[in-house]
Ligand binder design. Structure first.
Ligand code: NDP
Length: 276
């Protein structure tokens, strides 16, 4: 099974499919990330606020996988924005992960009410220049937030990690990201299980046609759109299943039927108004 590699705007590459650990219990993280690495995943998406970077780090250390074969993302939490706090935050994350660099470091939310994300982005540019993060990007940024970064700083983010699933396909934002060389990462790629995505005929019919599960169909749909994703599961069989998505292809009609499920339905917070 070969996971496609996507080239970022800074020339580095990222495995298109990874394993995300939001809400993976810190007590279980080492075991589940180890299982994911044994399954073949090489891209892990965590964040300081998930409280499980240490478990990710232990799994990496015990895996024996060469560092340059792994792609590790973590994120700067909102309370740590601003140049003074951000350095301590990345140093803490690196220590917990047991790494001297992450492959990708993200500003987790723009928090426009704080008006610190431009200053914070300049600090991430410094972290990249110092080698603490190979690539830098943002998460939950809307077009106006990105426009400020592009106008006021030197670096176009490598990625924008946003809520994205069939009922919330982000087509307008995606066009902007594509036009500016920013790769789209999907969080909540399975809708976080918060609506009956797997019961939608567009999904369940394709699953039946190909002899796969609805989750595998949705993952394939993301891959076909060029999206980078890292579905989360704490269930060993699903961790394996979510990686076993390269043995079938959706037809153009099946992709179009899933595209038609878009109804602008968020399952998470709106970045313009989130204040956590
Ligand atoms: P997902 O859309 O990946 O959904 C996870 C849910 O789907 C869990 O309840 C899981 O259940 C279930 N599930 C997983 N695989 C299957 C399957 N094959 N069949 C049926 N159900 C399945 O949501 P996430 O929010 O976790 O998003 C993925 C990742 O995105 C996160 O882990 C995190 O890394 C990132 N993220 C980033 C955010 C940001 O603000 N930047 C916000 C949220 C997430 P179970 O675990 O019980 O198996």
């Amino acid at each position: 099974m070969t996971v496609p590699q996507i080239t970022l705007n800074d020339g580095h590459t990222i495995p298109q499919l990874g394993y995300g650990v939001f809400k993976v219990d810190p007590e279980e993280t080492e075991r589940l990330v180890s299982l994911a690495l044994e399954t073949g995943y090489r891209h892990i998406d965590t964040a300081a606020v998930y409280g499980n970077e240490e478990g990710v780090g232990r799994a990496i250390a015990s895996s024996g996988i060469p560092r340059d074969e792994l792609f590790i993302t973590t994120k700067l939490w909102n309370s740590e924005q601003g140049s003074a706090r951000a350095r301590a935050a990345i140093e803490t994350s690196l220590e917990k992960l047991g790494l001297d660099r992450v492959d990708l470091y993200l500003i987790h939310w723009p928090r426009p009410d704080l008006d610190l994300y431009v200053e914070t982005w300049r600090q991430l540019e410094t972290f990249r220049d110092e080698g603490l993060a190979t690539s830098i990007g943002v998460s939950n940024f809307h077009r106006p937030h990105l426009e400020r970064l592009l106008a006021e700083t030197e670096t176009v983010p490598a990625v924008d990690q946003v809520e994205l699933h069939p009922a919330f396909a982000q087509t307008e934002l995606r066009t902007y990201l594509d036009d500016h060389g920013i790769r789209t990462e999907a969080w909540g790629p399975l809708g976080q299980g918060k609506y009956d995505l797997f019961g939608e005929p567009a999904v369940s019919d394709a699953a039946a046609a190909h002899g796969v599960t609805p989750a595998q169909v949705v993952i394939r749909w993301h891959l076909d759109h060029g999206t980078i994703l890292f579905p989360k599961s704490s269930t060993p069989e699903r961790i394996a299943q979510n990686f076993d998505v390269f043995g079938f292809d959706l037809t153009a009609d099946e992709v179009a039927a899933i595209d038609a499920l878009d109804r602008g339905q968020r399952v998470g917070s709106d970045p313009d108004t989130a204040t956590f």
